[in-house]
Each structure stands twice: as structure tokens, then as C-alpha cells.
Design a protein around this ligand. Structure first.
Ligand code: KIV
Ligand code: ZN
Length: 518
């Protein structure tokens, strides 16, 4: 696995003299803070399935929920605890006896207990003095320890708390028996430099492991978590897909991949499973992963521009910081208006079509033109679209063998208008124009072509398939024509069904006429 700290001189220099832990523990809170994402509510069965997958992924701690919040929550947490997973199972509890009792009753390995410490929370939410808050925290920690359960203590809104007081609270918590202290950036106001400073200060005073819990209100949750690790934090709270209250929490996949690939810090995560669990969580929470989301987004390893696709095909690291397989993803070469010939050639190869063997240069150029024109119309070109274009281009007779070409087509249709089509065909250097009416625009257009050609060629069958969904889908038209004692079936594809229909008919006519000449 590439480690940028070893390979990149700038990163190496920037991280010199820092006490970065060799191994960081991943505390996953998808099933607690992640479930607090507005609109998300998981059933006990869904929570259990996600917990099993988190365990397989290799997280060290699963915060399975907030036990006191509901009976369903307790049912799910109890079941998760009974599974004997490798991960430690943790339950959240306010620093109150009732919450702690319910968490103990669920059978958790660790209780994450918290009380707010910032002036804002003391004054408006808790209406308690600094001393009262310390007393409540101490009492809660003592009570949990009496039950022989591991305690993780959080000073809620730590990052907006007076530093001296925060240190005092954490020191008291550790003296009372807290096994690990967690530093929540509850409303995400930290910046990396400030987070580094805070953790560095705490490290001087606190002798148990330090954890961070960063929210993403300013989009800095991952950066702040990494800054905390740079200052020596040993554990990071995160969620799959960055779910969580408001702007969410630090995204697990981003924290883990940065730690492992940039810092060279070990975690227990089996990174190849990241994409699948991201999909599972997205399915159950019904929160879509944004396409440009780092690591697990659909575009994270997709390349469309000619320059990038060419680079990646020559050497993947040119435009990919890590191989997609490392996180369970696949490289995608997306065809569209920015696509270059290298990418199209590679895509054709992927579909089993080789330039020079299956198609000639002229056909390849036509395929490139058609793909780019589809992209120009704002369409994402799928593999099926490419196949239809190839079939269409390959199925056509070479220009020199064609007797009839479509020069122009105009169609009029609408409410209270009889569908009418006019076509101009070039038949052996002579332009022939005709128009016809029909039951619809396709019917009118096909009739206009037939009229120009004469009665000797007849349309026997007509089928249309939409290749991809949407009103801009590529349509494939298959026609069977009969004339001069022959029957020809041919097809054409275009995002315009009238055009596809006319082209299929003209192609069929060409094939009949060429055969007739021969
Ligand atoms: O963001 C927060 O402060 C929390 C606490 C419960 C730790 O989630
Ligand atoms: Zn939180």
C-alpha cells in the first residue's frame, strides 16, 4: 500500500518531530450519532446487520446506540451485545443513573457517558455551576466503575469550554476511573491548528488515551480528527458516510484511508470492505452517498476527461492517489463529451471490441463522434449505449456501397396538427424530396422515406427499445424491410426516435439495393 508520508518529501518534512501514534483505534458511532441524522431511523434488524458488518470491517468499538432512548433501541443493543463480536460494544448514557442503568442492563462492554461543560450549555441547558457539573460527572463515572464496566467520558461541547476548566474536568474524570477521555467538537467549530493545540495541551495533563469526536458543520471534521491524531490522540470517533447530527461526523472511510495511506498509521480496518458497508448504510438510512464523496462516492475513481483517462490508463497513480480496489471500488472510465480517443478505445476493449480487428479506423472515428455528440447533449454514456452505437456503426454499409443517404428531415407534430414529415434523400447524387402524413411523427417520417424511394421496398416490421432510462435515452430501432424478393433486418440507434427510425429504414434500403445491384 502506498504511504505518502514515506514517499512524499513535503508530507514527510511536515510531520517530522510529531508524536503520532503508530496505531489508532476506530470508534464507530454510525449506530448512535449516525442514527441521529435528521430523518434516519433504523429498525433493530437493520442495526444488527450493520453492527455485524462493522465488526467484519474491523472497527475497534461500536457505539450501538443510546439505550435509554427507546425499547427498540434496547432490544437492538442487547442483541448486538449477545453476538460476541470482536469489537467492543458501547452504549451512550447521560451522566445520570437511569441512563447508566439501562445501558448496563443491555450488557454493553463500555459506557460512553457525557455532560456538557461549555459556558453556553452550563447557563442555558443545564443551569448548573462548574462545580456541580464536575460532581455529576464524578458520580456517574464512579457508578459505572462500581459495575466493572469500562468508561469513556465526554465533556460535551469541549471545544467551546474554558481550557483550564476543561482540563480540570478531564483530570477529575481520570482520577475517578475514566479509562479514556473523549473530546467532542460538538458543533464543529474547531480548525485543525486549534484542535492540534487543544489535544497537545490535554496530552500534557491526561495520562489515559485521548479520543476525538468531530462534527462537520464547517466541513472540517476529518481534518480536525487528523490534527488530533497529529497531536497524539489514540482514538477517533467516526461514522460510515460521515452521517451524524446536522453536517454529520467525521467520515470513517476518509479518516481511515488518510491515516493509513497518508500518515502510515495502522488501524484494524479491512479497507477493501469500505465501499460495500457504505452502500449498505446508505440503503438502510435512505441517505444517498453524494457521487463526489471521497473514497466511497461513485465518482471517487471515475475519469471522464481525455487527459485524465489517458493518464490513468498509462499509469493509474497519475490521477488516482490510491488504487480503487483498496477500498472495494472499481476504476470507471466514463464516456461523455470530455472523453478522448484513448478512453473510448479502452472502453471498447473492455467490451471485447478491438480497433483494427473488429472495427476499422473509419468506424472507430464515427463511434468517437457519436459518443461525444451524446455527451454534448448532457447524457452520461453507458456501456449499453456504446454497444448500440458500435452495432449501429458496424452494421452500416461502408459509405462507398450506400446508394441512399439522408440529407434532411423535418417533422411537425402536436395537438390538433396532423403529424407530417418531409425528407430530402440523396439517391445516387440526385436529391429527392418528399413528404407524408402519418399517425405519429415516426410513421410520417418512415412513410416520407418510402414515398421517395418508391413502392418496391416495403416496411414489414418495426420495433423500438429504449436502451437506458430517461427521456434522453438512446433508442434502438429494429426494422425488417422487404423488396426485390429479399428481406433485410437492420437496426439503428439514436437519442431521437424519429432519426433512429429513418436511419434504420434507409440502412435497410441500402442493403437491399446493394444486394440487388450485385
Ligand atoms: O457531539 C457530541 O457532543 C456528542 C456527545 C454525546 C459526545 O455526540
Ligand atoms: Zn456528536
Amino acid at each position: 500500500m502506498i504511504i505518502y508520508r514515506e514517499e512524499n518529501e513535503i508530507i514527510k518534512k511536515a510531520l517530522e518531530n510529531l508524536n503520532i501514534p503508530k496505531r489508532v483505534y476506530i470508534f464507530d458511532t454510525t449506530l448512535r450519532d449516525g442514527e441521529q441524522t435528521p430523518g434516519v431511523s433504523l429498525t433493530p434488524e437493520e442495526k444488527i446487520e450493520i453492527a455485524i458488518k462493522l465488526d467484519e470491517l474491523g472497527v475497534d468499538v461500536i457505539e450501538a446506540g443510546f439505550p435509554v432512548s427507546s425499547l427498540g433501541e434496547q432490544e437492538a443493543i442487547k442483541k448486538i451485545c449477545s453476538l460476541n463480536l470482536d469489537a467492543e460494544i458501547c452504549g451512550l448514557a447521560r451522566a445520570v443513573k437511569k441512563d447508566i442503568d439501562v445501558a448496563i442492563d443491555c450488557g454493553v462492554d463500555r459506557i460512553h457517558t457525557f455532560i456538557a461543560t461549555s459556558p453556553l450549555h452550563r447557563k442555558y441547558k443545564l443551569k448548573k455551576s462548574k462545580e456541580e457539573i464536575i460532581d455529576i460527572a464524578v458520580e456517574a463515572i464512579e457508578y459505572i466503575k462500581e459495575h466493572g464496566i469500562k468508561v469513556e467520558f465526554s465533556a460535551e461541547d469541549a471545544t467551546r469550554t474554558e481550557l483550564d476548566y476543561l482540563i480540570e474536568v478531564y483530570k477529575k474524570a481520570v482520577e475517578t476511573g475514566a479509562d479514556i477521555i473523549n473530546v467532542p467538537d460538538t458543533v464543529g467549530v474547531m480548525i485543525p491548528r486549534a484542535m492540534y493545540y487543544l489535544i497537545n495541551e490535554l496530552k500534557k495533563e491526561i495520562k489515559v488515551p485521548i479520543s476525538v469526536h468531530c462534527h462537520n458543520d464547517f466541513g472540517l471534521a476529518v481534518a480536525n480528527s487528523l490534527a488530533a491524531v497529529e497531536a497524539g490522540a489514540e482514538q477517533v470517533h467516526c461514522t460510515i458516510n460521515g452521517l451524524g447530527e446536522r453536517g454529520g461526523n467525521a467520515a470513517l472511510e476518509e479518516v481511515v484511508m488518510s491515516l493509513m495511506s497518508i500518515y502510515g498509521v495502522k488501524t484494524n480496518i479491512k479497507t477493501q470492505k469500505l465501499y460495500d458497508i457504505s452502500q449498505l448504510v446508505s440503503k438502510y438510512t435512505e441517505i444517498k452517498v453524494q457521487p463526489n464523496k471521497a473514497i466511497v462516492g461513485e465518482n471517487a475513481f471515475a475519469h471522464e476527461s481525455g487527459i485524465h483517462a489517458h493518464g490513468v490508463l498509462a499509469h493509474a497513480l497519475t490521477y488516482e492517489p490510491i488504487p480503487p480496489e483498496l477500498v472495494g471500488q472499481k476504476r470507471k472510465i466514463i464516456l461523455g463529451k470530455h472523453t478522448g480517443t484513448h478512453a473510448i478505445e479502452a472502453k471498447l476493449k473492455e467490451l471485447g471490441i478491438e480497433v483494427g480487428r473488429d472495427i476499422n479506423k473509419e468506424q472507430f472515428e464515427e463511434i468517437v463522434k457519436r459518443i461525444k455528440s451524446l455527451g454534448d447533449k448532457g447524457k452520461r454514456v453507458t456501456d449499453r449505449d456504446v454497444e448500440a452505437i458500435v452495432e449501429d456503426v458496424v452494421g452500416k454499409l461502408a459509405k462507398k456501397d450506400r446508394v441512399v443517404e439522408l440529407e434532411q428531415i423535418a417533422v411537425m407534430t402536436g395537438n390538433k396538427v396532423i403529424p407530417t414529415a418531409s425528407v430530402a434523400l440523396k439517391i445516387e447524387e440526385e436529391i429527392k424530396k418528399s413528404s407524408a402524413i402519418g399517425v405519429g411523427p415516426v410513421d410520417a417520417a418512415v412513410k416520407a422515406v418510402q414515398k421517395a424511394i418508391g413502392e418496391k421496398i416495403k416496411l414489414k416490421e418495426y420495433h423500438i427499445n429504449a436502451i437506458t432510462g430517461g427521456t434522453d435515452a438512446l433508442a434502438e430501432v429494429i426494422v425488417t424491410l422487404e423488396g426485390y424478393g429479399r428481406e433485410i433486418t437492420t437496426k439503428a440507434a439514436s437519442e431521437d426516435i424519429v432519426r433512429a427510425s429513418v436511419e434504420a429504414v434507409i440502412d435497410g434500403i441500402n442493403k437491399i439495393l446493394v444486394k440487388k445491384e450485385k
